[in-house]
Ligand binder design. Structure first.
Ligand code: ACO
Ligand code: LMR
Length: 264
């Protein structure tokens, strides 16, 4: 009989061999004809299934709300400096993307991991936060440079409002809110930030949609899919900042001496 030569690559999300490319088995023509949006495409290519409309709408809201946060944040700053150094689009983009990590925009997965573990183990917010403090770990998804208890992040409020209206359950988000109530009693800057809101709400999306087994949810959280939402979203803004600097013909950036403390 025929012997299949061993392959060097296994791929399960897309196939371009037929008449038209397919994302998780769904042909391009269906994607266009059925009016799929970018949330549906993310569902197919990341989660390998079509998710209900409220889930794909939530994904799209995350992307729209995280697309940009002004020129002063780490990512945009890097992109602006790089574009002004005369570098090309891709270099300017990746220079900004490289700042995404545990402090800036890349705390979504860890927020989901820690909130899930604490909630599933039945820890009170006090027990959870204090155990993190003992371990010397900042609670991912909590804290912001400019947002405060009396100046909440509008993005967080919009995500929460959408989920409270459309999700069957928001138990992880409610837990994150209880954690925030406790951390705010310690310091006014320890708000639930957009990473923490997305991390906790995505747990609710995964658990409440009925589309994922417990094992699949654990795998998604363990591998860490959710920072991808921030990376994807912020790329939109970073590309915009690159074009903005080029359009404005901005010269090479040099940081002012007055703003540096030269000391021994
Ligand atoms: N958990 C516990 N304590 C915290 C946390 C936290 N998440 N964040 C700050 N604190 C404490 C600090 O330990 C510090 O106390 P200390 O001086 O006694 O050590 C105090 O609050 C002030 O900390 P700062 O370093 O001044 O806070 P800063 O404004 O620099 O930090 C940051 C902001 C980086 C967002 C921080 O809150 C943090 O690390 N959070 C966790 C990571 C995270 O969620 N990042 C995503 C932010 S949202 C975004 O980027 C889109
Ligand atoms: C962002 O979305 O970039 C911000 O939340 C970070 C910041 O410092 O404003």
């Amino acid at each position: 009989g025929k012997v299949r030569a061993p392959t060097h690559i296994i791929s399960t999300i897309s196939d371009d061999r037929g008449e038209e490319p397919c994302y998780a088995g769904v042909p391009m023509s269906s994607i266009v004809e059925q009016g799929y949006g970018v949330g549906d495409v993310i569902s197919l290519l990341w989660f390998k299934r079509s998710l209900p409309r409220y889930c794909t709408h939530f994904i799209e809201i995350c992307i729209m709300l995280c697309a940009d946060h002004g020129p002063c944040v780490s990512g945009a700053h890097n992109t602006i400096v790089t574009a002004r150094a005369g570098k090309d689009l891709v270099s300017s983009l990746v220079s900004g993307l490289l700042t995404i990590g545990p402090r800036f925009g890349g705390a979504v997965d860890d927020a989901a991991r820690y909130f899930k573990d604490a909630y599933d183990r039945g820890l009170t917010p006090y027990e959870f936060v204090e155990s993190m403090k003992k371990k010397g770990i900042r609670v991912p998804g909590i804290g912001h440079r400019i947002k405060r208890g009396d100046n909440r992040d509008k993005r967080v409020e919009l995500l929460q409002l959408f989920a409270r209206t459309h999700f069957p359950s928001v138990k992880y988000m409610e837990y994150a809110v209880q954690v925030e109530t406790y951390t705010l009693s310690k310091a006014n800057n320890l708000v639930l930030n957009v990473d923490g809101a997305i991390g906790s709400l995505f747990l609710d999306l995964l658990a409440g949609s009925g589309m994922f087994t417990k094992q699949e949810i654990d795998e998604i959280v363990e591998i860490g899919y959710l920072n991808g939402l921030f990376v994807l979203a912020r790329a939109i803004g970073l590309i915009g900042h690159t074009f903005d600097q080029k359009r404005l013909k901005q010269p090479l950036y040099r940081h002012p001496w007055e703003d540096v403390l030269y000391t021994k």
